[in-house]
Write a protein that binds this ligand. Structure first.
Ligand code: ATP
Ligand code: ZN
Length: 283
């Protein structure tokens, strides 16, 4: 039995549960309990505050866990990052009053910075040879400058609207963060095997999300040119259409070069292009 710790409620809870579901893992009971068990995979799910997850994984209370890199790096526990999960994206940034003139990090020399991330802020200051006072607070960091508690703050940002509403501007990004799967450093061989199974499924789910299945029709004399535009998993499938002189082509495209290739395909004479999501992708 593998034990995973995920956030009980908050920004990572839903996406963590969704990922397990997409991996075909059914979790019967609700999230109000402290733990749940999967019905079709040897997995037990513990629900914790995200801040506690690295500690619990280090201690072996849970074997693996899902938390933001911001929390994992701040807590600095003896855990290993097994996989980046691509959700919970945000950045840890320094912000100051928007009326301040900020040229570079030297602005922070001798200033007071309010944050819930003292370790990461100190690392950033050391790297830049800045001496500043870190004032650790546990929440509502963004109001600190307004009430005279600090000159600057360091907090998580996604859209920046919270900063804006508090009259602040973002001046430095000290970490780009996303959710990661962390693991205990001394898992038994049986647990390692279960984790490998889970990771295999996670890879298939994530790969599928980054790829689209594409179908298109093309006149036969254009086939070579069109095939050269399609990277595909191996080589594209080509099927004759009922109308002579035409073929249907099937392939896989990655999200990144998607629009670029679609335009080239059209220019090369492709018609009736269909793009379909892929549910799982095993290579
Ligand atoms: P808990 O009660 O579990 O301690 P919390 O209030 O500390 O919850 P949330 O606000 O739910 O935590 O954020 C959890 C994680 O989601 C963050 O640590 C971060 O990794 C990620 N995250 C993504 N976007 C944002 C954002 N805009 N603001 C804050 N966190 C974000
Ligand atoms: Zn938290």
């Amino acid at each position: 039995m593998l034990r995973i710790a995920i956030q009980k409620s908050g920004r990572l809870n839903e996406d963590s549960l969704k990922l397990l579901k997409e991996c075909g893992i059914d979790i019967s009971n609700g999230v109000n309990k402290l733990k749940a068990e999967a019905s079709n995979f040897p997995l037990e799910i513990f629900f914790f505050r995200d801040d506690d997850i690295p500690q619990y994984v280090e201690d072996g209370v849970a074997d693996i866990g899902i938390a933001g890199e911001n929390v994992v790096f701040e807590k600095n526990k003896k855990v290993q990052v097994a996989e980046q999960l691509g959700f919970g994206k945000c950045r840890l940034s320094i912000a100051v009053d928007k009326r301040e003139e900020y040229d570079d990090v030297n602005y922070l020399q001798g200033k007071k910075i309010a944050t819930t991330y003292p370790v990461l802020v100190q690392q950033f200051l050391d790297k830049n040879n800045i001496t500043a006072e870190i004032h650790e607070i546990s929440g509502s960091v963004e109001i600190a400058p307004g009430i005279g508690l600090a000159d600057a703050i360091c907090d998580l940002v996604s859209s920046g609207s919270t900063l804006f509403m508090n009259g602040l501007k973002e001046v430095e990004t000290i970490l780009k963060s996303q959710a990661v799967l962390i693991k205990n450093a001394n898992l038994s061989p049986e647990k390692e095997e279960l984790l490998a199974k889970l990771l295999f499924r996670i890879h298939a789910v994530r790969r599928a999300k980054n790829n689209k299945y594409i179908l298109l029709n093309a006149p036969n004399e254009k086939l070579d040119e069109i095939i050269r535009l399609l990277p595909g998993m191996k080589s594209p499938t080509v099927l004759p259409l009922a109308e002579s002189g035409w073929s249907s082509l099937h392939s896989v495209l990655t999200e990144n070069d998607f629009w670029d290739i679609i335009e080239k395909l059209k220019a090369a004479g492709a018609q009736g292009i269909l793009v379909v999501p892929i549910e799982k992708m095993i290579v």
